[in-house]
Write a protein that binds this ligand. Structure first.
Ligand code: PLP
Length: 450
């Protein structure tokens, strides 16, 4: 147990005023069931009933360095005592924002050397597109505005970010129409339709080429992609897919945005996955979550020198930025978090510990109810099926993912259900016994539900 004074008196009563995010609000109103998380330490969280749970979702794919890290907490506190707030508007700057921008430029691949800060992954992606629209205006090509995204993508929930997200995530909600075109989802197991993986890859590339031909490269500003799709179900694309997609984009002067909100800062064993894991040099990388390990809300849109050169050329203003762009406490958290990751070699260690986690989960593939175990390192998904042979899914109302997640939580592991899929994106600091315990709990939980 944790030696902390955590009062939960009145939380659930007061909670009737809190609008939960991404939740079935009606169901919450009916039964009111909540998990109240009151404290956290290392790889674990504590609920209001006094249970210690393995944080199998790392907060929300973000607490990469683990909870309650003294170095990050102290850096934030010291920063607040020195300079609580100043903006990065006009010609104002301050040491933590400047230092974090320099650090990100050092770590990001190739010519990605210019950093614009924001507060969330959604607004980092939103900003990436706005900046590219302005970039093409500056180049005298104002028609080059459309965005290519993909079915299965998750890029956030601002109006623009949700338009780039897979359409299924805005049923019943309005979306900005006409700007974004969704390409095929690169999920071979579900979408491969009897093709070999190489044939499936060709089909995906043809889809991109056909879409460019239909819309016209002169009308397309950018393509946005997560190296591994996260909230769309942890989809790892076929080998060579990102490199080939990037080459087609380059040939058509379509800027490549890598959404590394989840994949950066160690989750796949590197500070950034685009180049190190997938061999791609994007024009823009967006990050959030793991950049501060979730200790402060901070995100960044990291631009190539070339894009920055155009938007900073004479003759226009950079009309973009939020009050909290580069917040001192967020920037201090980012610097301390990255410092800790470097001194403890967290990304390097994930190359071993993440593989152990992945192997433990992959072994669950022998269970009847498990259709596919997919992902990489500390970014994994398990898809449950009614019939393994023909991949027949469970009906949504059977709530299979939710039932397995509840069974796992009862046994001490927080996992995230997503329809028939269970997502695991834990902290990157579990010891081997805890890593192995995750697979053990999942095996028992799936057996309970089967
Ligand atoms: N991009 C990806 C890949 C994400 O997974 C998320 C959030 O889960 C976002 C963007 C949006 O980030 P935020 O929730 O901080 O706005």
């Amino acid at each position: 147990s944790l030696d902390l004074d955590v009062s939960t008196d009145g939380v659930l009563t007061a909670d009737t005023h809190l609008v939960q995010s991404w939740a079935n609000l009606h169901a919450l109103k009916q039964d009111g069931a909540r998990t109240v998380i009151v404290a956290a330490d290392g790889a674990f969280v504590f609920d209001s009933e006094g249970n210690r749970l393995i944080d199998g979702i790392g907060g929300l794919w973000c607490v990469n360095a683990g909870h309650r890290r003294r170095e990050i907490i102290d850096a934030i506190t010291t920063q607040l005592e020195t300079l609580d707030f100043y903006s990065t508007f006009y010609n104002f700057t301050h040491p933590p924002a400047a230092a974090l921008a320099a650090k990100l430029a050092e770590l990001a691949p190739g010519p990605l050397n210019k950093v614009h800060f924001s507060s969330s992954g959604s607004d980092a992606n939103d900003g990436a597109v706005r900046i590219l629209h302005h970039y093409f205006n500056r180049l005298g090509r104002p028609a080059k505005k459309k965005v290519l995204s993909r079915h299965g993508a998750y890029h956030g929930s601002t109006h623009l970010a949700i338009a780039m997200t897979t359409p299924g995530y805005s049923e019943g909600w309005d979306r900005a129409e006409g700007l974004v075109h969704h390409l095929r989802c690169p999920h071979y197991w579900r979408e491969g339709d009897g093709m070999s993986e190489a044939e499936f890859l060709d089909a995906l590339l043809d889809d991109l080429r056909d879409t460019i031909e239909r819309i016209g490269a002169e009308n397309i500003a950018c393509y946005i992609a997560e190296p591994i799709m996260g909230a769309g179900g942890v989809i790892v694309p076929p080998e060579g897919y990102h490199r080939a997609m990037a080459a087609i984009c380059r040939d058509n002067e379509i800027k490549y945005i890598a959404d590394e909100v989840v994949t950066a800062f160690g989750r796949l064993g590197h500070f950034f996955a685009s180049e190190a894991v997938f061999g791609v040099q994007p024009d823009i990388i967006t990050v959030a979550k793991g950049v501060t390990s979730g200790y402060q809300p901070l995100a960044a849109t990291i631009l190539s020198d070339e894009i920055h050169e155009v938007v900073s050329s004479p003759g226009g203003m950079f009309f973009h930025g939020m009050t909290y762009s580069g917040h001192p406490a967020g920037a201090a958290a980012g610097l301390a978090n990255i410092g800790l990751m470097e001194s403890e070699r967290i990304p390097e260690r994930v190359r071993t510990s993440g593989r152990r986690f992945e192997a433990g989960l992959r072994a669950l593939g022998d269970l009847d109810m498990v259709g596919e175990v997919r992902g990489s390192h500390f970014m994994m998904g398990i898809e449950f099926v009614r019939d393994k042979a023909d991949k027949t899914p469970f009906a949504p109302e059977e709530l299979v993912g939710l039932k397995v997640a509840q069974a796992a939580q009862k046994r001490g592991l927080v996992a995230r259900p997503l329809g028939n899929i269970l997502i695991l994106s834990p902290t990157l600091v579990m010891d081997d016994a805890t890593i192995d315990r995750c697979a053990g709990i999942l095996r028992e939980s799936i057996a309970e539900v089967a």
